[in-house]
Design a protein around this ligand. Structure first.
Ligand code: UDP
Ligand code: MG
Length: 165
């Protein structure tokens, strides 16, 4: 089944210069990259992204982790698209806990558990199609993706925006 999935290279991945390694591993899937950007993650975005974990004891540290407070204040966001994209990407990522992840998976090779107990596991990938839709719409605007997966609507532009001077 053709699917799209959100991938985030988390701040530890950027701080450790793992971007190239991660993208090389993901290229094994032969999926298409249809959107990408570097994002400085706000608290609001981090909290919305991980809202299902808001009652977990590690939630506050998880937000700080995604915002880059422990590494660099940036995340690389990508959308991958193709046959069974969700499962293919999750498999290369490996298990959530880097100590349990397959040693040759991205998380197994590069992840660690902090003394506070947060899994710094380098990469996020959507877990299912509903999550992918919610996350892609959270991180990207329609014009930033070169494929039309989801319906769009036109709205009259009334708000101010920055253009090149
Ligand atoms: N996480 C953590 N401790 C846990 C579970 C999760 O630090 O016991 C962090 C980890 O960075 C993980 C993220 O919270 O990637 C989201 O958790 P989720 O259960 O959604 O795992 P994922 O979908 O990323 O494999
Ligand atoms: Mg998850």
């Amino acid at each position: 089944m053709l699917q799209q999935t959100l991938v985030l290279i988390k701040p530890d991945g950027l701080k450790k210069s793992l971007t190239g390694n991660v993208l090389t591993r993901l290229s094994e899937t032969k999926l298409d990259i249809v959107a990408t950007k570097i994002v400085k993650v706000s608290r609001e975005l981090a909290a919305e992204h991980y809202k299902e974990l808001k009652d977990k004891p590690f939630f506050e540290d998880l937000l700080k982790y995604l915002m880059g407070e422990y590494h660099k204040k940036k995340v690389m966001a990508l959308v991958y698209w193709g046959e069974d994209a969700i499962e293919k990407v999750r498999k290369i990522c490996g298990a959530t806990n880097p100590e349990e992840a397959d040693a040759v998976s991205i998380r197994g090779a590069y992840g660690r558990i902090t003394t506070k107990g947060v899994y710094e596991n380098v990469i996020h990938a959507s877990a299912n199609m509903a999550e992918a839709e919610r996350e892609i719409k959270l991180w990207f605007q329609p014009g930033e993706i070169i494929q039309d997966f989801y319906p769009v609507k036109a709205v009259k532009g009334t708000c101010e925006k920055k253009v090149w001077a």
